[in-house]
Ligand binder design. Structure first.
Ligand SMILES: C[S@@+](CC[C@H](N)C(=O)[O-])C[C@H]1O[C@@H](n2cnc3c(N)ncnc32)[C@H](O)[C@@H]1O
Length: 263
């Protein structure tokens, strides 16, 4: 279950890649724009502001997120991106920090590239932090005997090829012209040595959700405490903040563009 309040913590840091992604989508007057995995809809609102003449829709599988989503000029619906097919007038698709949760998303991306009209823009960002100290610590704690059976199977599997080059090859093979890149953001999260570690709060909004749902109150409290110790070692507090490096992978693909080039 997603918690829009926990997710909105660190809203500026989470919004920044969306802005960076959108800056590379030069669509002029798209007929329809879709935000796949739109979450609480605050970033979908930016799509409506950018293209006021377009039909803008947000889709998310979490009823909690969609219940929280309101934005002028945007239609929101509960739905799974795996079952989504574009209407013929969809000229822009954005999916920000979603597909890492969707096994088999590479096949999904090539299907969308096939189904979208020629000249459409498909803009995607996924975190590339599977091997970050935060996620390694999470896997190590989950693998302790107390939690191995209940928690370890809930964690994300290693991604197939989560590099910008991997996505560029995939989308080029699907006939798109591709702009792909990676960015390492160094988030500076306010912290006090005597308070909860801020990376714990960050993870509660995303990677820790399935863990919290699987444990009772006592188990969750123990799990958090142990993870908090490891996070404090990995991300020490200095000058009342921690440096939290976060790698993200981006691509913007234009459908059919390579077929045109080859004519
Ligand atoms: C990290 S949030 C990102 C939300 C928003 N795109 C943003 O950038 O703030 C991930 C979102 O993906 C949604 N999600 C995960 N798997 C999904 C699926 N198969 N279909 C639709 N939405 C999904 C979750 O419900 C959640 O709202």
């Amino acid at each position: 279950m997603w918690d829009p309040t926990a997710y909105r913590r660190y809203g500026d840091e989470r919004a920044r890649p969306f802005h960076d992604l959108l800056a590379r989508v030069p669509a002029d007057r798209p007929r329809a724009v879709v935000d796949l995995g739109c979450g609480p809809g605050n970033l979908t609102a930016l799509l409506a502001a950018r293209w006021p003449g377009s039909r803008v829709a947000g889709l998310d599988s979490s009823p909690e997120m969609i219940a929280d989503a309101t934005a002028a000029g945007v239609t929101f619906a509960v739905g799974d991106v795996r079952h989504w097919h574009p209407e013929p007038d969809v000229d822009v698709v954005v999916s920000n920090a979603v597909l890492q949760w969707v096994p088999g998303h590479r096949e999904l991306l090539t299907r969308w590239a096939r189904e979208l009209p020629p000249g459409a823009w498909l803009a995607v960002q996924v975190p590339g932090n599977f091997d970050a100290p935060s996620h390694r610590a999470l896997r190590e704690v989950a693998d302790r005997p107390a939690w191995r059976a209940d928690v370890a199977p809930l964690l994300r599997r290693p991604p197939a090829d989560d590099t910008a080059v991997g996505y560029a090859e995939l989308m080029t093979g699907a006939g798109c012209a591709v702009d792909a890149w990676e960015t390492l953001y160094v988030h500076l999260l306010p912290a006090r040595p005597d308070a909860e570690h801020p990376v714990l709060g960050w993870l509660e909004g995303t990677a820790l959700r399935p863990v919290r749902a699987a444990l009772d109150a006592a188990g969750w409290s123990d799990f958090r405490a142990e993870l908090g110790v490891r996070l404090a070692e990995a991300y020490p507090v200095r000058h009342d903040q921690v440096h939290f490096p976060f790698r993200r992978v981006f691509f913007v693909a234009r459908t059919g563009a390579r077929a045109e080039e080859n004519q």
